[in-house]
Design a protein around this ligand. Structure first.
Ligand code: HSE
Length: 297
């Protein structure tokens, strides 16, 4: 059977609203194998075990693009990316399904083709791009509707504390509370900060990360949807960490450059919120991978 493994992703990274995203070392897998029936899906809630399943829909989209018939499929999902928490769970489904079709027909789709197909399904590239490429990716749609993506290394010293509350934030709500316009002054602020942030992340310059990540475009509005935003930020900053809202939340991501500080932050937040999922992770540098396997792990 085919296994597609996809990293979780963290979009926006403060000042990169709707264009920056990075892949982190938290993985979900989806397995595809032949089936005597049209479709069997396991590993997700029953309401998603049908043809509307996003992984299946992406697989079908991949078959259409490749001009291939949709095979009878058994899909097994091993998901570690929590849903509606701002960690790219829908990017996992879309990239997993498209890449599954590519592997099934051994068609050798390029990453550019995958990104274009995935962006059309997701609506924006900031999660699907790092899910495909790994590392940090800045993307935009050009005037011919092509997706341009630019890739950045993240300094090895940097570690990412993924702080996942026990409540969700709806992306629709998190988008609907944003203003529809912003001033030239704010646009200038954002461009200057985003460029500095990309360089600071490459250099591992935590002081510059801390200054440049401060967003004015979405985070001030969205922080109101996360009741624990301020206290979590204070804990992160008391151990030299820099915190931002991952995607549209509710996950908060903290960047540190000292393992000891990261461990302290994990301990403090777990002590305050024993039912939150707090993980000490790194950047994923590979993006989604496929392999043939006999076992489901
Ligand atoms: N860039 C998107 C947002 C990510 O912040 O709304 C969520 O899908």
């Amino acid at each position: 059977m085919i296994r597609i493994k996809v990293p979780a992703t963290s979009a926006n990274i403060g000042v990169g609203f709707d264009c920056l995203g990075l892949a982190i070392s938290l993985y979900s897998s989806v397995y595809f194998e032949e089936n005597s029936q049209k479709l069997t899906i396991s590993g997700c809630p029953e309401k998603f075990q049908n043809e509307n399943n996003l992984i299946y829909q992406a697989f079908v989209r991949g078959c259409q693009y490749l001009n291939q018939p949709v095979p009878n499929l058994k899909i097994t999902i091993k998901n570690n990316i929590p849903i509606s928490r701002g960690l790219g769970s829908s990017a996992f489904c879309i990239v997993g399904g498209l890449k599954g079709a590519d592997a099934w027909f051994q068609s050798g789709l390029s990453k550019e083709e995958l990104l274009s197909l995935a962006t059309k399904m997701e609506g924006h590239p900031d999660n699907v791009a790092p899910a495909i490429y790994g590392k940090m990716v800045s993307s935009f749609v050009d005037s011919d509707d092509n997706i341009e993506s630019v890739h950045f290394d993240i300094n090895d010293e940097l570690q990412f504390i993924t702080i996942i509350p026990n409540y969700a934030v709806s992306t629709n709500q998190a988008r609907s509370i944003l203003p529809s316009e912003m001033s030239y002054q704010t646009a200038t602020y954002q461009v200057g900060h985003a460029l500095a942030l990309a360089k600071a992340l490459e250099d591992g310059n935590l002081a510059l990360i801390h200054k440049s990540i401060v967003d004015k475009m979405h985070e001030p509005y969205r922080s109101t949807l996360i009741p624990d935003y301020q206290t979590t930020k204070e804990i992160c900053e008391s151990f030299d960490g820099t915190m931002y809202i991952s995607g549209s939340g509710s996950t908060m991501m903290c960047i540190v450059d000292q393992t000891e500080n990261g461990l302290q932050i994990v301990d403090q937040i777990k002590a305050l919120h024993p039912d939150w999922n707090v993980q000490h992770l790194n950047v994923d540098t590979q993006g989604a991978t496929s392999e043939m396997t006999k076992v489901i792990v």
